[in-house]
Every structure is written in structure tokens, then in C-alpha cells.
Design a protein around this ligand. Structure first.
Ligand SMILES: [Mg+2]
Length: 460
């Protein structure tokens, strides 16, 4: 009944009870006309969020955070990655204490609206804890949408732009020969792209078997020193002298076919990074990653005119202001965002679209501290993104594959998504509980321990 009919009914002397019921239906209990939002909220959403659960598990000895969103349709739920491995318990609190009560009862199908409202629900925003918490929910809603539609998520994003997702793996070692051997192994397995990292003798070198928590990387053995007081030792100059020689070795021994990548990991002063990126140009890297820290991105304007070496950046980014100018200024070639950190698929697809207009390609962060659910999300996005570049891949161990049935498959260096609805990946909660995260210490303590020989702290 609309206002015109009500007036007609009133004129005809319709009963007082009916008039009251109508007045509340049309104008609300306070008698004032409803807003559009109020009218909409009177209806029962077709599908509502009934619970939000958080799971912490470590089937590969890396703390993973998985969010499960349940609905009022029996058996219909979604999964999302919320992994911020260094602060897993903080993300758990953000989801359980703050997002869950905010989300219960909301319409499952309003993914964008939910993203926008959660984003500002804390007033203060843009950070790895809140970004990952939001991502866990966001990915789960996309997973639910796919399951409801009976379609894989890549179909919801516009469908496949390619049949499979080209990937790269990490070759690392103590010597050039070690690295060469690993590159050959990956080539034999069908990969076309390999990241190369080599230990600088006597220094705890990123990516060359990992930082060592001071156990062997420092000036003396530290096995008897408590974890939180160990020191990793690092000097930038020997590193920037070594890396061009590593590229020269691999090109000389293996040739031009293989695409080579390298991660500087923001570890050197900006001017040394500029020298290094120029020095390796003649070896035609596929990309050089994170030459600067997020605090030093202003240096890209200095670096860009000096070299044609492709540049990749962004795994530490949280805030759109960190990437918009780099992309629109055509100052980088690959965006390396950690999808769960920026709020999940909803934000990542917008980043990809922004990049498309500037011919910047995607290379989403894909290390061990992204859960298999997060890797599946990356793969679905990769399949549907025209300006996809490359995907950092992870080989899932048996425990991960058991806890997360439906992990993306690696064949001949390509990731393949399953064609099941949603992200096509599931989560065995009981089995996950058999791989509890370690809480003592609450993280692996190797971040924030890197120092110059004189004791100065260095970025990781
Ligand atoms: Mg990196």
C-alpha cells in the first residue's frame, strides 16, 4: 500500500489498527517518511552472515590465519586468508572481537558494501592487522558467492584470460654453483622463471636459505643466546658487489633462455640499490624486486630514467597512497602486493584494474606465509586479469594439501585452479588442529634482529 492508497483508505474510514500498521510500514514508528536505506533494511536479506570463525594452523611450520564465514543456508560457508604470520594472534583478535559482531546478520551478497563498511568500522584504517582481518572476511564472501552461483571465482571476475598461471620459484644457495644447480633443477621441472639469491659469505643474506636468527649468521655462534637477543649481521656493500657476479655466472653457465628474478628486499641504502639495478641491466633480469623500502619510494623517480631493468615493488604496501602514484607515474613494471594485507580480493582486483591502464603487470606476493586459500585467490585473480605478469609460487607439502584439500596444482611451472565453485579449496578444521601454531615465542623472532657490524639496525 502506498501513500495514495493510505489516504484513500483513511478517507473511507479504515480501522485505526490498520492505519497504525500502515503508517509504521510506510513511514516508520516515528511517523517520518522512510529513507531508502530504512525501507531496504525492513526486508529480510536472502542470505545472512551467521558466524565468523578464525583458525590458526601451521602445517608447514608457518603460522597461517584462515577465516571462515558461515551463512544461514545450511552447509554454505566461505574461506578467506588473513595471514599476517608475525602477528597472527593480533589478526585473530581483530576478527573475533571486532569484525564478528559487526558482521553477523549482514547480507552475504553485498561484498563491496561490506568491504567499505568494515574498512571504516575502526575509523583508523590501513594496516596489516586490520587489512588481513578484512581480507579473511572479503575472500570468504567471494568464495560463498562462487559456491552459490556454482561457478569458480575467476568466472565471477570476467572469466579466464589464460589457461594457466605462469610462475617462478626460488633458487638459493651458499655458492654460485648451488644456485646454478637449483636453477637447472627448476628448468628440468618445466619452469621458465627462477628467482636467484646467493649468500654473501659471512653475512646473513635474505633469500639465501633464509635469515638465520643469528645462529650462524653473526660474527660468533649464538646458539646459547636467547632468541630475542640474537643478532643477524649484514653489510650492504659486499652484497651489491656480489649480485652482478651471480647474474653473470648464471647467464654464462645456463644461457639467455631462462628468465631471472632477484629480490633486494629493501636492504640497502637507496643509492646502492640504484647502482645494483643499473649493474644487472645487461643480464636482462625479468625484474628486480623491492629496490627501496616503502619509506623510500620517492627514489623511483630517480631510478626510473637511469635504467630499463624492470622494477617490481609492493609486498609491504598497506595504503592506496603507497601505490597509486608509482603506478600512474609509470615508475614500476610489476605490482607485488600481498593481497590479504590490502584487504583481499575486492581491493586487489581494483589495483589490477588501475595497473592495466598504465601497463603495469601483476606479480602478487606468494610466499609460504600466504595460506593455500590465499594462493588460490591469487590464482583465480591471475587467470582473470589481462595485465597479469607472473606469480610467485609455493609447492605445498603433504600436510598443507591434507589440511587444505584443493590446493592449486603446479604442473610444468604453471599453477592450475580447480574448476570447483568458489576458490575450489576447502579446510579440514580437525586436521588443522593437529598443527597448532607456536605461541612461545609468539613469532619466529628473526625479524628486527638484523644489524650492521657496528650494531645499527637494518630493514629486514
Ligand atoms: Mg619479496
Amino acid at each position: 500500500m502506498d501513500r495514495r492508497h493510505w489516504l484513500k483508505s483513511a478517507a473511507l474510514g479504515t480501522g485505526a489498527a490498520a492505519m497504525t500498521a500502515f503508517t509504521e510500514a510506510a513511514f516508520g514508528a516515528d511517523g517520518r517518511p522512510d529513507t531508502i536505506a530504512e525501507k531496504a533494511s525492513r526486508g529480510t536479506p536472502p542470505l545472512r552472515i551467521t558466524d565468523v570463525q578464525t583458525f590458526l594452523t601451521a602445517p608447514a611450520n608457518i603460522r597461517l590465519v584462515v577465516v571462515k564465514v558461515l551463512t544461514n543456508e545450511p552447509g554454505l560457508y566461505g574461506l578467506g586468508c588473513a595471514t599476517f604470520t608475525q602477528r597472527a594472534r593480533a589478526v585473530e583478535t581483530a576478527v573475533n572481537t571486532f569484525l564478528k559482531p559487526f558482521l553477523i546478520g549482514k547480507d552475504v551478497t553485498r561484498i563491496e558494501d561490506t568491504w567499505q563498511s568494515v574498512f571504516v568500522s575502526s575509523y583508523w584504517r590501513n594496516g596489516p592487522v586490520l587489512g588481513n582481518a578484512l581480507s579473511g572476511v572479503d575472500m570468504a564472501l567471494w568464495d560463498i558467492l562462487g559456491k552459490r552461483a556454482g561457478l569458480p571465482v575467476y568466472q565471477l571476475l570476467g572469466g579466464k584470460c589464460r589457461e594457466a598461471v605462469d610462475t617462478y620459484r626460488h633458487a638459493a644457495g651458499k655458492t654460485f654453483q648451488d644456485v646454478e644447480d637449483q636453477v637447472r633443477k627448476f628448468l628440468a621441472e618445466g619452469y621458465r622463471h627462477v628467482r636467484i639469491q646467493c649468500e654473501v659469505p659471512g653475512l646473513s643474506t635474505y633469500g639465501a636459505g633464509g635469515s638465520k636468527g643469528g645462529a650462524t649468521g653473526g660474527p660468533q655462534a649464538q646458539d646459547d643466546i636467547p632468541l630475542n637477543r640474537r643478532v643477524d649481521t649484514w653489510e650492504p656493500a659486499p652484497y651489491v658487489r656480489l649480485v652482478p657476479k651471480l647474474f653473470a655466472h648464471i647467464r654464462e653457465k645456463i644461457g639467455d633462455e631462462v628468465e631471472l628474478l632477484h629480490d633486494i628486499h629493501e636492504r640497502v641504502p637507496p643509492i646502492l640499490a640504484i647502482q645494483l639495478v643499473k649493474d644487472v641491466e645487461k643480464f636482462r633480469p625479468y625484474f628486480m624486486e623491492d629496490p627501496f623500502s616503502p619509506e623510500d619510494v620517492g627514489y623511483f623517480k630517480t631510478l626510473r630514467p637511469q635504467t630499463s631493468t624492470p622494477l617490481a615493488m609492493g609486498e609491504l604496501f598497506n595504503n592506496p597512497n603507497e601505490w597509486v602514484d608509482l603506478v600512474s607515474g609509470r615508475l614500476i613494471d610489476f605490482i607485488r602486493i600481498h593481497v590479504s594485507q590490502v584487504g583481499g580480493l575486492t581491493m586487489a582486483k581494483k589495483v589490477a584494474a588501475l595497473c592495466e591502464f598504465f601497463s603495469v603487470r601483476t606479480a602478487w606476493h606468494g610466499p609460504g606465509d600466504v595460506s593455500p586459500v590465499g594462493h588460490a585467490c591469487n590464482v583465480h585473480l591471475d587467470l582473470a586479469t589481462p595485465n597479469f605478469g607472473i606469480q610467485e609460487a609455493k609447492l605445498f607439502n603433504q600436510a598443507e594439501q591434507d589440511v587444505f584439500p584443493g590446493c592449486p596444482e603446479l604442473k610444468d611451472g604453471y599453477y592450475f585452479a580447480t574448476d570447483k565453485p568458489g576458490f575450489g579449496i576447502d579446510f579440514d578444521e580437525k586436521l588443522a588442529a593437529k598443527f597448532p601454531i607456536q605461541d612461545d615465542p609468539p613469532f619466529d623472532m628473526r625479524w628486527g634482529t638484523l644489524r650492521r657490524k657496528d650494531g645499527t639496525i637494518v630493514k629486514p
